[in-house]
Design a binder for this molecule. Structure first.
Ligand SMILES: Nc1ncnc2c1ncn2[C@@H]1O[C@H](COP(=O)(O)OP(=O)(O)OP(=O)(O)O)[C@@H](O)[C@H]1O
Ligand SMILES: [Mg+2]
Length: 350
């Protein structure tokens, strides 16, 4: 789908300032515990995945699987009292060892978060132009006010906002949800990020606008080389956008691989169950409900966290915790019986 009114991005947007050697994001064996009334809860249990430079990676899974926690951990934006172990390298920075000041700079510039709800990112009482100029100048304090305004104007044009000077004078309540999400993306782009971390960036939008925003993200990736992480519970929306897919379940990565391969021939029963043929599986492509529910963070299953809901569970699955392992080139699965899975039956899912 083409974005109506969009101007050629390369001509209007500046490429990222960051983007050194190494991966855009490397999470290694990341464990996150959050405090609760009933003690500390393990929310992420050994999460490992990498987002290569210039890649679009989708992190998918049911509600509560740990998608947002992974993204917030990557930016060290977890609530007070969170305990994080493992290693997180974001745009070349060791996030867990970084001083606060450095982290603030990283989040304002090279690694930007895009929320599900654009209204959360916009100040209701400030004009849109002023907010974007502030974003540009926080990331690059050397930028003059005039240069920042020019950058903002070009960026708004680049993300498909008609009549940018007029929009810059608007207040957030004067724009639609789709425009607000484009503006929030522009607010991130004026900081010239190397990495965009998007937490359900389209969930609040109607289907058409959703497709346009995803197409915009893809275009920013292709034309500017920005690395993008998209957390989503909607597999259909990322099929054409993400190069690779990371599937999470109960705070763990259960499957990873090139999107098309994972969707056509998953190697984990959780992914397989999500995609399996069933009446209504095609509607909207939402992750279908699987019978039962995932374990809560308070439960610590001895074996595989999916065992209780798994259609092909074996005795060993309830006693042995499976670690993710390479099952095919570029493909990882955390199922002891991963080799037993083949293509999703005809008519199933996609
Ligand atoms: N501040 C918190 N304190 C305690 N537990 C939390 C907190 N935030 C999240 N959790 C728990 O952590 C788990 C993972 O939550 P997270 O928000 O990362 O999931 P998600 O995959 O983003 O889900 P959704 O699709 O609903 O956004 C859930 O069980 C959730 O209840
Ligand atoms: Mg979430």
């Amino acid at each position: 789908m083409k974005i109506r009114g969009a101007v050629k991005t390369a001509a209007t947007l500046r490429p990222p300032a960051g983007g050194g050697a190494g991966a855009a994001l490397a999470m290694r064996d990341v464990e996150v515990s959050l405090p609760s009334a009933r003690g500390s809860l393990r929310i992420l249990r050994g999460v490992t995945f990498t987002v290569g430079r210039g890649e679009v990676v989708a992190v998918a899974g049911e509600s509560g699987s740990g998608k947002s926690t992974s993204i917030l951990a990557a930016l060290r934006l977890l609530p007070p009292g969170a305990r994080v172990t493992g290693s997180i390298v974001l745009d070349g920075e060791d996030v867990l060892a970084m001083p606060r000041r450095g982290l603030r700079g990283l989040r304002a510039g090279r690694a930007r978060l895009v929320f599900q709800d654009p209204w959360r990112a916009l100040h209701p009482m400030k004009r849109i132009g002023a907010q974007l100029v502030e974003s540009a100048r926080t990331a690059d304090p050397g930028l003059s006010a005039a240069a920042a305004r020019e950058l903002v104007e070009h960026t708004l044009a680049g993300v498909g906002i008609p009549d940018p000077p007029a929009r810059m004078r608007s207040y957030p309540h004067e724009i639609s949800g789709g425009q607000a999400q484009r503006i929030v993306i522009a607010m991130a782009l004026v900081a010239r990020p190397a990495v965009l971390l998007c937490d359900e960036p389209t969930t609040a939008l109607d289907v058409t606008t959703q497709a346009q925003i995803l197409e915009l993200l893809r275009r920013l990736n292709r034309e500017l080389g920005i690395s993008i992480v998209i957390a989503t519970h909607d597999l259909d929306v990322i099929a054409d956008v993400a190069d690779r897919l990371v599937v999470m379940y109960a705070g763990e990565v259960v499957e990873e691989g090139p999107t098309a391969e994972v969707l056509s021939a998953p190697r984990h029963p959780y992914t397989w169950s999500l995609l399996r043929a069933a009446p209504g599986a095609a509607e909207g492509g939402r992750l279908r409900a699987i019978e039962g529910r995932p374990p809560s963070p308070a439960e610590e299953p001895a074996g595989c966290a999916f065992a209780a809901r798994c259609p092909s569970v074996h005795e060993i699955c309830t006693t042995t915790r499976p670690e993710p392992r390479h099952v095919l080139p570029g493909r990882a699965s955390a199922c002891l019986r991963a080799e037993g899975y083949g293509p999703v039956p005809a008519g199933g899912g996609r």
